[in-house]
Design a protein around this ligand. Sequence first.
Ligand SMILES: [Zn+2]
Length: 71
Amino acid sequence: MMKNKIMFFLCFIVMAFNVTKVDVYICGPSGAKKYHYSETCRGLGNCKHEVVKKTLPEAQSLGLTLCGWED
Ligand SMILES: [Zn+2]
């Protein structure tokens, strides 16, 4: 019984961590319109700039929207 509670708690911590600390990738330091969850996304494949890593809230605060290739 106690073990189940600990497992549940650990799962909760892992889920909370994933939600609050999501990294996304954008093309170039500026001018990007989209962010990508995957660094190898096909939407980033034709990026001519350096791929920059940001956190999801940062990307959203820059007015970026999720890439059309991803959900
Ligand atoms: Zn993408």
